[in-house]
Ligand binder design. Structure first.
Ligand code: 9MR
Ligand code: ZN
Length: 547
């Protein structure tokens, strides 16, 4: 029997629920010592709502029989005991519970910065000297080096628990963050304590620019984007500055070039009011990337050359990147050729996806929010109804799940946090488009999930909640000599579909999908962190912070 709840806290005016896996006997809310005096008084007077307990329900993904304890009626800020079946959990209701979280998730990316020192002033005990400053040499498809191409490409964020830097995932990370900024700018202030803080630009944008400057370096003169830069093999669990192996550069790919074209065009739109020269550079770069794609219409998917093992980020379809790029480029240029490309591909792509592989959802956000007054009504109406249909599907998944999780039980893949949070983004956008609260509430359950309301009972954000995961598959967290992991990082989460050897050995066979998780460092398949797991969490947390 256990109680699962949002360990970071509940906002007074939003729905509140916890999950109880026992019978829920004597389910009640009691005052806690930290309670706000007005809440204590209200409780003494018997005015505070008690949870409404649902009937038992079998949750397929976890194998748990669960009851929902709904205490939405309780709105007074304070700390409380939620009590059931002789167990208790301390829940907190407070104003703006997700402010610190949303900031920390952006700061989490600061800690991933490569090619620069992270001084103690900004990084505290997690600082380190600069890393990966060497030039990168192109590797050919047969795995041999080509010394005729050597480039300087320092900067950007380490992708994940490894030290590779990859363009396609970088682009979607940036875009999640930029859409969060474009849709609710009020959530982002200048308070992250990063080197650029105080420069008059919101810190979210300062952090994003660090990645964009690196992406610009990864563009070849003809406009194509190199797929990635990494050492030949994943290094051991050492600090980044100790990773001295040569850097290898991987060939220009369609998917990297398409994702970059889209992301750079969007960034030019967002940065224009702050820095017109930077916006011009971004737009130039986006147009060049698009021109490369036009000049190279034969799509060649990327696979890793032999005898090396950094992340592949293989993707067999570039249509979604092209759709996305055409939307962003049309929004900043108004040129007919981009509109034509946008309309041509719109019917063929899955506009509900916002992942590193399937990206057409970003193009849909551009059409539905940025271009809404510039596209014809029929086109927009059809896109809008398809988008809402997708969100209805995600809401259906959440309603079928005992924990309210918007994921099919058969879909606990590597990085399950990504589809869960992306579905949260789609639900938020459906709410913004329709005003219907059912979508907002469905999205909130995805934030609850990440913060502990899930079958594992862990908060999947380092440093947040009563029981945060402690042992990410993250080289600096392991090697830095600090007990606590680097804060503000999101775990990939349960994955029974493609467990690595270490995880398979450690998790009993037959463990249900939503529990196929171990908080231990070797688990690359279930407990790594990644920049594009932080970024959708930034979107969702910042949205609920902005309400
Ligand atoms: O997030 C990626 C996931 O969708 C894939 O299934 C997995 C295996 O190919 O790779 C994940 O990405 C990893 C990347 O390849 C290398 N850096 C760490 C990433 C997160 O685990
Ligand atoms: Zn580095």
């Amino acid at each position: 029997m256990s109680i699962h709840y949002n360990q970071v806290g509940y906002a007074p005016h939003l729905p509140k629920k916890a999950i109880i896996t026992g019978k829920g006997e004597n389910c009640m809310i009691l005052s806690e010592r930290g309670m706000d005096p007005s809440a204590r008084k209200a409780m003494e007077e018997g005015k505070i709502a008690q949870p409404i307990l649902s009937e038992p329900y079998f949750d397929e993904a976890s194998g748990d029989t669960v009851r929902v304890a709904d205490f939405s009626a309780l709105t007074l800020p304070g700390k409380y005991y939620l009590f059931a079946d002789s167990q208790s959990a301390i829940i907190e209701i407070k104003e703006r519970p997700y402010r610190a979280l949303s900031n920390a998730l952006v700061k989490g990316l600061y800690y991933q910065r490569c090619g620069v020192e992270l001084p103690e002033t900004y990084a505290g005990p997690y600082g380190h000297p600069p890393c990966h400053l060497g030039k990168a040499t192109l590797v050919k498809d047969d795995g041999e080096l080509d010394p005729s191409t050597v480039i300087e490409c320092a900067g950007g964020w380490h992708d994940a628990g490894d030290y590779g830097r990859y363009i396609a995932p970088a682009a979607v990370t940036v875009s999640h963050m930029l859409y969060a900024y474009e849709l609710f700018p009020g959530a982002f202030k200048d308070e992250l304590n990063i080197p650029e803080s105080g420069n008059g630009v919101p810190d979210l944008l300062n952090e994003v620019r660090f990645e964009l400057e690196w992406m610009l370096k990864m563009q070849r003169a003809d406009g194509g984007l190199y797929h990635k830069v990494a050492t030949r093999f994943f290094t051991g669990f050492i600090m980044p500055q100790d990773d001295q192996a040569d850097l290898w550069l991987f060939r220009v790919t369609h998917t990297a070039t398409g994702a970059h074209a889209a992301c750079a065009a969007q960034a030019s739109r967002v940065f224009r009011p702050f820095d017109a020269a930077f916006a011009d550079r971004l737009l130039e770069s986006a147009k060049k990337a698009w021109a490369w794609l036009e000049a190279n219409p034969d799509f060649v998917p990327f696979t890793n050359p032999p005898n090396l093992n950094s992340g592949a980020y293989g993707d067999n379809n570039v249509e979604d990147e092209l759709f996305w790029a055409s939307a962003e480029l049309y929004s900043v240029t108004g040129e007919g050729a981009y509109l034509e490309a946008l309309k041509k591909r719109a019917p063929t792509v899955d506009i509900s996806q916002l992942g590193w592989r399937e990206t057409a959802g970003f193009g849909a956000l551009c059409c539905l929010f940025v271009l809404k007054d510039k596209l014809d009504k029929d086109f927009l109406d059809s896109l809008r109804s398809r988008f809402i249909e997708g969100a209805d599907g995600f809401l259906g998944l959440a309603q079928k799940s005992g924990y309210g999780t918007a994921l099919d039980p058969g879909n606990y893949i590597w990085g399950s946090s990504l589809p869960i949070l992306n579905n949260g983004i789609a639900l938020i956008c459906a709410h913004l488009l329709t005003g219907d609260l059912k979508y907002r509430d469905g999205a909130l359950s995805q934030l609850d999930y990440i913060l502990g309301l899930n079958a594992t009972g862990y908060s999947f954000v380092t440093g947040f909640g009563a029981k945060p995961f402690m042992f990410p598959h993250h080289r600096p967290s392991y090697a830095d000599g600090v007990d606590d992991p680097v804060p503000g990082l999101v775990s990939g989460g349960p994955n029974n579909r493609s467990p690595d050897g270490a995880t398979k050995n450690a998790v009993p066979p037959g463990t249900p999908p939503a529990k196929f998780y171990l908080d231990f460092t070797p688990s690359a398949s279930g407990n790594e962190i990644a920049i594009y797991w932080n970024s959708p969490a930034i979107f969702v947390a910042a949205y609920f912070d902005s309400l």
